[in-house]
Design a protein around this ligand. Structure first.
Ligand code: PCA
Length: 326
């Protein structure tokens, strides 16, 4: 009798273990943007869809607001498996591989339709690069177009001279240099504090980030230059992905494709809503003068030339593919 109980208990424990081993896929997904930001909400929906499609077998926990890793660390954390998945801002990583910075080049693709074409041209190279780095690209979503926030009117590039200029990528730093501003790198998670302490007098970012951080409390002008449309990439560690049964891999990829489509749609809507929020907050939303446009276009040409020289054949191929698709 005793022996039978023991056998049954052992069997049950064994079965329990086997069941748990199958059910226990748990991914941490590191993100750097606030919980209420549209990229983050899209990630939450993605996680929900994956859980739903796998009957709860694949659980993804989204850690927003740079709570698990800071933005510059997220990519490496996913690569090394410290986080199974993560979202990173591609243009920040341009120095590592120039094509990461393609969607941060001025006036190359400054409306959503062109930005989508640019992404299609960039995607094969991105997939390959991330694969070599031990990751899989799940999807990428555009931020709204990037425009200038400042505490004084910007009528020409000369007005940017001497300004403490917040940057987030090699290109935004280079633009700062070319116009004679003082570039200072600040992550979005630290933006509010930097504004409160007067470290920044101007920056270029999206309407969404301006609204998320209530930039109208610190800056007066939003000059709608729409210079480029950069993207966040959502990646998963390749080993973590390969460990899933095929049906679950397919479910993840399907949810990712849906997240991408939903994210691009939402981005357009968020742009309109955020500009309304900026206005409601008291910000002056102004169209750029012809002089400013011309000045920025010139700076943009220099930056693109420099990028092309650095990006070599690989960069040229992507750029050619994009131009041919337009
Ligand atoms: N917001 C983020 C990235 C691009 C954007 O629109 C930021 O400013 O850091």
């Amino acid at each position: 009798m005793k022996r039978r109980t023991f056998v049954t208990a052992t069997l049950a424990a064994g079965l329990g273990l086997a069941f748990n081993a199958h059910a226990a896929t748990q991914w941490d997904l590191a993100s750097a943007y606030p919980a209420f930001n549209f990229h983050t909400q899209n990630l939450e929906q993605f996680a929900k869809d994956v859980s739903g499609a796998t009957n709860g077998d694949v659980k993804i926990t989204v850690h927003s607001g740079a709570s698990l890793f800071k933005m510059p660390e997220i990519k490496r954390a996913v690569q090394g498996g410290q986080a199974q998945a993560g979202e990173f801002f591609m243009v920040s990583f341009q120095n590592e591989w120039q094509p990461f910075g393609l969607d941060g080049l001025p006036f190359l693709a400054s409306n959503y339709d062109d930005a989508w074409k640019l992404y299609q041209a960039q995607r094969p190279a991105l997939d390959k690069k991330l694969d070599q780095q031990g990751m899989k690209l799940l999807y990428a979503v555009a931020w709204p177009p990037q425009s200038i926030y400042s505490n004084k009117p910007i009528n020409s590039v000369d007005d940017l001279k001497g300004m403490k200029w917040r940057v987030y990528s090699p290109t935004t730093a280079r633009i700062g240099e070319l116009v004679g501003a003082q570039p200072v790198t600040i992550q979005e998670a630290e933006l509010t504090q930097a504004l409160a302490t007067g470290v920044i007098e101007g920056l270029i970012t999206s309407s969404a980030t301006g609204a998320d951080n209530k930039l109208y409390e610190h800056m007066k002008y939003f000059t709608n230059v729409q210079a480029w449309i950069p993207k966040n990439a959502v990646v998963v560690n390749k080993k973590a992905f390969s460990a899933l049964p095929k049906a679950e891999q397919d479910a993840v990829l399907k949810a990712a494709a849906q997240a991408e489509e939903r994210g691009w749609k939402t981005s357009r809507q968020v742009d309109a809503d955020s500009i309304a929020k900026l206005k409601a907050g008291g910000m002056q939303v102004v169209e750029p003068s012809a002089e400013l446009r011309a000045g920025l276009a010139k700076v943009g040409d220099t930056v693109i030339q420099e990028w092309t020289a650095k990006a070599g054949d690989e960069g040229k191929q992507v750029l050619d593919a994009y131009r041919a698709s337009k």
